[in-house]
Design a protein around this ligand. Structure first.
Ligand code: GLN
Length: 452
């Protein structure tokens, strides 16, 4: 399937056929032999998975969608990759993304855009457009993404797939190249809610290599997806995250989902999170600030590309400058400049400090909302997939697409996007987002299963 369609879609940056087939053969042999070894195989053993190319893997290149890491191979596996290998899941390859996960369309990849399988002239979302498109185009049944401000959920929404950002700390970030460490989280991409639940159980769990990883077991996720019952649950519509600014077809499918939940016995209430209107602004200070610090390690010495100055002395500063000028794309440079400015002496309190305060206000808004509702609901993105090129040169328009997904990262709470049907006006997939309190990921799977 990859050989047939990926020439058009460009979901994969690297395909790992030989190793994937070898693992699949191993699982087949174990199943055929039967006995204890076969019994011990995980439910997902033998099910191939595609991995966002921000997650480091032994034996395959990791580029982060950037020229600066072209040809670089990691000397170690990310914790999630170790867990996939332990579950005997064949790793199909590495998927395309916006450079260093900065973007909402996968157009900022240094390796060309990924196209939406529903309409090749449209974006597959971002930054994890490759993972979502691979699953939507039946190139892979499962994929891994990373979500800092929506990069799993928004691609899920615009490609008609399921995408989950687990509770911050539920899945180890060790080996996910850091974008904004206080917001980043690895999570599943799949075609069904149960598949994502099974995958989160495989990749989750405490990891001593990630000091922010939680010790909670999170072992009740697939069971919750199998129950799929909302009778007596309170589901809160977030007043600020629908209506004005949302495409009519998105609103219609969203309202239909509410009706489905009502019919299944849920109590629908309205909640207000007044500080969400500041989330986008605060995110675009915190995220670039942390990214500017995290990306300082790409200095032309330790990893990947080394570009030399055209003339003049070969000092470390000048080699670093030439490398970063040649290796980073425009969006990455834009955010490094924004981040270093926001962190600079004299501005730190006014920008980064204020943004952190807004973050606390958002957390309090969610705490209050969850005292009135078990799960919150909103559209995942304000529109269906936009056209390639439509927002590529308008960073602000691109940022606005994240308005509904960013709040969950700011508060550390889990979010799940699932297909809500097709918009009337353009026939493209619409995403519905569910949010739960931190550590209550199981609720997302339980409610999500009712909406499938
Ligand atoms: N689109 C958002 C951004 O550009 C989210 C990115 C992400 O989640 N990695 O920052």
């Amino acid at each position: 399937r990859i050989a047939d369609v990926d020439g058009q879609i460009n979901a994969f940056l690297h395909v790992n056929t030989e190793e994937a087939l070898a693992v699949a053969a191993e699982v087949d042999a174990a199943r055929a032999a039967g006995g204890a070894a076969a019994e011990e195989l995980h439910a997902l053993a033998g099910v191939p998975i595609a991995v966002k190319d921000l997650i480091v893997t032994i034996g395959q290149p990791t580029t982060a969608g950037s020229k600066i890491l072209e040809g670089w191979h990691s000397p170690y596996d990310a914790t999630v990759i170790k867990k996939l290998r332990a579950a005997k899941m064949p790793i199909l390859g590495k998927t395309n993304l916006d450079e260093f996960a900065m973007g909402s369309s996968t157009e900022h990849s240094a390796y060309g855009p990924t196209r939406n399988p529903w309409d090749l002239d449209r974006i597959p979302g971002g930054s994890g457009g490759g993972s979502a498109a691979a699953v939507a185009a039946f190139e892979a049944p499962l994929a891994l993404g990373t979500d800092t401000g929506g990069s799993i959920r928004q691609p899920g929404a615009v490609t008609g797939t399921v995408g989950v950002k687990p509770t911050y700390g539920a899945v180890s970030r060790y080996g996910a190249i850091a974008m904004a460490s206080s917001l980043d989280q690895i999570g599943p991409v799949s075609r069904t809610v149960l598949d994502s639940a099974l995958l989160q159980e495989v990749i989750g769990g405490h990891d001593p290599f990630d000091s922010t990883s939680l010790t909670d077991p999170f072992d009740n996720l697939a069971a919750a997806a199998r129950v799929g019952n909302v009778a007596g649950m309170k589901i809160g519509i977030i007043k600020e995250l629908h209506g004005e600014g949302y495409q009519a077809g998105v609103e219609n499918r969203f309202n239909e989902s509410l009706q489905l939940l009502k019919d299944a016995g849920a109590d629908i209430v309205e909640v207000s999170c007044p500080n969400l209107k500041y989330a986008l602004g605060a995110y675009y200070l915190i995220m670039p600030s942390e990214a500017s610090s995290n990306l300082a390690k790409f200095d032309g010495v330790r990893y990947g590309l080394r570009a030399l100055p055209q003339d003049g002395p070969m000092t470390i500063e000048r080699v670093m400058g030439a490398t970063r000028a040649a290796g980073f794309g425009d969006e990455v440079k834009r955010r490094i400049i924004l981040g270093t400015y926001a962190l600079s002496a004299g501005y730190y309190d006014a920008y980064y400090g204020s943004a952190q305060k807004v973050r606390t206000l958002i957390q309090r808004d969610f705490d209050a909302a969850f005292s009135n509702a078990d799960v919150l609901i909103s559209p995942t993105a304000p529109t269906t997939a936009f056209k390639l090129g439509e927002k590529a040169n308008d960073p602000l328009a691109m940022y606005l697409n994240d308005v509904a997904t960013i709040p969950a990262n700011m508060a550390g709470i889990p979010g799940l996007s699932l297909p809500g049907g097709l918009a009337d006006e353009d026939g493209l997939p619409v995403g519905v987002q569910l949010l739960a309190p931190a550590r209550q990921d199981a609720r997302l799977y339980r409610v999500g299963a009712v909406l499938e």
